[in-house]
Design a binder for this molecule. Structure first.
Ligand code: PA5
Length: 466
């Protein structure tokens, strides 16, 4: 089973002058050759370690599965403490592959696996309400942080550690904390070793938003009974599909190229619109990957470029009744990507209740499967008729393999888009600035200069506050 990418509606032959011409594609051959070369060289030089993840984790997978077997019967819930690249992937995979009401199912219907919670924010209500929902002494807390120093995650960890130790003592608390972090750098690995927590590693050369296929994503997925070997197999399949140097045979590269052309012609928004609840949080995961990787001030030569494309999350059919009006008639500034599914995991048929009412009768006997797919096709038609750039990625079915393909597809596409834009897709200086400003405001040692810079910034004027 393999993903299909249909990009007809990005081209002039369906959307006229708003589309991309064959001449434009041909003219970009030198840029494509250069991007291919850079991708290959970086991979050989070990600068794209995330591309090796489908192949080099056999022992890690065994360790994860053994640990799950040891712990799953002892806990009621598995709680992820992480943010950004350390949370969005686990949420997306759980939503895609497990029952949508997984936590509400009785344990036997969850295959004996614990519930899953992902606490990715420091809204003060979040943990308080979580503690009203779960008994922390019956949970396993997975502290996930690549850097091992992210304030949000580490503060959650500190709160939970204290609660556990107060309630059940240091020894018992130790068993209920597992860390996923860089093997060498950061506070978390030091703490994990000093305090004796079970820990898994995120390879140093794999950045946060490219880490879903490391223990960051594999451990929570395995604790929810998901087939993590299947995920990695799917990623390996996509890796093979992404080897072609011919852009017409390499869907991830083509995706990147079409978006790159879009960006250079005012299409500054990338809409991700799955027509499957299962894929709903793929949009969130993609939003981080695409935005944080490609939104950059400088190119690799230090030239100011201010590039990037704003990701927008949508859901079919829900957003047909919300955002699609804008997509069809608003500014020509978007590329809309539909994520479709050939075969849904369930079927439900609409009864022939109101056969004598023409506006309802046509629904009788139709399945929701047919309805959602028809509405997807109809929305694609309407946007194409309105000359809006759109394309469709179709999963034959949402399975661990096809999901592995999809995640890896977007990672390769993002890295390739970075090459075309000539930027570093793997750093995030804009995020660091906000983190540093937070540290400065708290008076963290070493951030005095930042604090002075902030104090010298123009003050807000009261007259502009109503
Ligand atoms: O992609 C990234 O590197 C970031 O978005 C991180 O995932 C996020 O800031 C969390 O960082 P960490 O995993 O180091 O706690």
């Amino acid at each position: 089973m393999k993903l299909r990418i249909d990009y007809n509606n990005m081209l002039t032959h369906t959307i006229g002058d708003e589309g991309i011409t064959q001449a434009t594609l041909d003219s970009l051959s030198p840029a494509i050759l250069a991007a291919n070369k850079n991708m290959e060289e970086k991979r050989k030089a070990g600068k794209m370690a995330w591309r090796d993840l489908p192949y080099n984790q056999n022992e890690i997978v065994e360790d994860i599965l053994n640990y799950v077997n040891e712990m799953k019967g002892q806990i009621e819930a598995f709680v992820v403490l992480g943010i950004g690249g350390s949370a969005l992937g686990p949420m997306a995979v759980q939503q895609a592959l497990n029952h949508p009401y997984y936590n509400e199912l009785p344990r036997e219907k969850r295959g004996g696996f614990p519930k899953l919670y992902v606490v990715d924010n420091v809204d003060p209500e979040r943990l308080v309400y979580l503690f009203q929902t779960i008994d922390p002494t019956k949970c396993l807390f997975n502290v996930i942080s690549k850097s091992g120093s992210t304030s949000e995650t580490m503060s959650q960890f500190m709160i939970i550690k204290q609660q556990l130790e107060e309630k059940i003592g240091i020894e018992a608390a130790r068993k209920l904390i597992v860390c996923t972090t860089d093997a060498v750098t950061g506070n978390l690995i030091t703490i994990a070793k000093q305090e004796g927590y079970k820990h898994f590693y995120i390879p140093s050369a794999v950045g946060g938003r490219f880490s879903e296929l490391t223990p960051v994503g594999l451990l929570p997925a395995a604790f929810c009974g998901l087939d993590i070997k299947g995920l990695l197999e799917g990623a390996a399949e996509m890796d093979k599909m992404c080897e072609a140097s011919n852009i017409y045979k390499n869907a991830a590269h083509m995706y990147a190229l079409l978006h790159y052309i879009g960006m250079t012609t005012g299409k500054n928004i990338s809409v991700m619109m799955p027509y499957a609840d299962a894929l709903k949080y793929i949009s969130d995961w993609y939003a981080q990957l695409w935005a944080e990787s490609l939104g950059k001030q400088f190119d690799v030569n230090g030239k100011t470029v201010n590039v990037g494309q704003t990701p927008v999350k949508a859901l079919g059919v829900t957003d047909q009744h919300s955002q699609v009006q804008l997509y069809a008639e608003g500014p020509f500034d978007k590329i809309i990507v539909f994520l479709g599914v050939d075969e849904y995991r369930e079927t439900i048929t609409i009864p022939k209740t109101y056969g004598d009412m023409p506006s309802l009768g046509f629904l009788g006997g139709v399945t929701h499967n047919n309805l959602i797919q028809t509405e997807q096709a109809a929305t694609e038609y309407a946007l194409t008729k309105a000359n809006r750039m759109n394309m469709t990625i179709t999963l034959p079915k949402v399975t661990p393999q096809t999901l592995g393909q999809l995640l890896y597809f977007f990672e390769v596409a993002t890295a390739y888009a970075g090459e075309l834009l000539n930027i570093d897709a793997f750093d995030q200086p804009g995020v660091e600035e906000g983190k540093n400003a937070t540290y400065a405001m708290f008076g963290r040692p070493g951030y005095d200069t930042k604090k002075a810079e902030m104090d010298a910034a123009p003050a807000k004027a009261d007259r502009y506050i109503i």
